[in-house]
Design a binder for this molecule. Structure first.
Ligand code: 3HC
Length: 293
């Protein structure tokens, strides 16, 4: 069905219930009032995602942003499942938020293409992978685009919308309307280029913060303090790295390096910490110890 300027979206499927996926599903159900399927590959991942949603809703409840009845309505609009077909077969928009691995994402796009209705749009929350390449795994490249949320999706206002080489204007318009219904501000990335706008600028800055530690130029606390107080960032770059995940940051830096310019070469300390599984909050330790917080 068509709305005034694009496709009318009633049901959204979010693929991946992790750090980003759970938050996107929550915002879609809470602010956008959409019916949402939340799919992950294992029941334990789904359970963890639903726990994170409940925790976040509790925070909004305790601040009076939502009532208990609204909280229950939001939860009732989210349908968790491990069955991909069940999740996408009646969806108008599918938002993919699986781990940042190109082969994995391409196989998800190809499978979704075969299971989703022909009119459905498939958007990726990728932070750096080529939208055009993901679109090439489907038979509907005009209905594929990027829809990049920021962490935590419940609080961050921006969504970057990325046009692949074959994305239609109708797809962009539809996704923009959905993002706005979710209470987000959007920006359009007109050319499909790794890192889009925000990560093209952010990732080199985070990498330089790691290099300052690696070179022994300042202590991590002072690096964070300098950027918080000197640039008014809400959190210092090393704390932010722990929030985003060092593995995710490394993966983005590698794509920027290989696809744009060798100047984006990741600092050896970043790679070393990823090898040591010091990934940040998700593993309990990164630049800081989160196990006691
Ligand atoms: N759901 C609901 N409420 C939440 C929440 C969640 N998921 N997370 C935090 N909150 C609430 C807290 O309860 C708290 O409420 P209070 O003020 O009533 O106590 C409030 O939000 C503020 O949280 P905190 O006190 O824990 O921390 P901050 O004041 O630092 O705010 C923040 C949190 C909004 C995350 C802020 O620190 C911030 O803006 N940080 C920077 C985040 C950022 O840069 N994100 C982008 C990362 S890059 C990215 O995502 C792209 C990717 O591709 C790499």
């Amino acid at each position: 069905m068509r709305g005034e300027n694009g496709l009318e979206v009633r049901k959204i499927a979010v693929l991946g219930a992790g750090l980003m996926g759970h938050g996107i599903a929550q915002v879609a159900a809470q602010v956008g009032k959409y019916e949402v399927s939340l799919r992950d590959v294992k029941q334990e991942f789904i359970d963890r995602g639903m726990d994170m949603i409940r925790n976040s809703l509790q925070k909004f409840l305790s601040k009076g942003v939502i009532s208990e009845a609204e909280m229950n309505e939001v939860l009732a609009r989210i349908h968790p499942t491990i069955d991909l077909k069940e999740a996408v077969s009646d969806a108008d928009l599918i938002i993919e938020a699986v781990p940042e691995n190109i082969e994995l994402k391409k196989s998800v796009f190809s499978e979704v293409d075969s299971l989703a209705p022909p009119h459905a749009i498939i958007a990726s929350n990728t932070s750096s992978i080529s939208i055009t390449e993901l679109a090439s795994a489907t038979n509907r490249p005009e209905k594929v685009c990027g829809m990049h949320f920021f962490n935590p999706p419940q609080l961050m206002k921006l969504v970057e919308i990325i046009k692949g080489a074959k994305t239609s204007d109708e797809t962009i318009q539809t996704v923009r309307q959905v993002a706005e219904k979710m209470g987000k501000e959007t920006v359009l990335v007109k050319k499909d280029c790794p890192g889009f706008i925000v990560n093209r600028i952010l990732i080199p800055a985070l990498n330089e913060a790691v290099a300052l530690v690696w070179e022994g130029i300042a202590d991590k606390e002072d690096i964070d303090k300098a950027i918080k107080l000197g640039l008014n960032w809400p959190m210092g770059p090393l704390t932010l790295l722990d929030y985003i995940g060092l593995d995710t940051t490394l993966a983005i830096a590698e794509v920027l390096e290989s696809e744009i310019d060798p100047k984006f070469h990741p600092c050896p300390l970043l790679r070393q910490m990823v090898r040591a599984k010091l990934l940040g909050r998700k593993t309990g330790k990164g630049f800081y110890d989160w196990t006691k917080k």
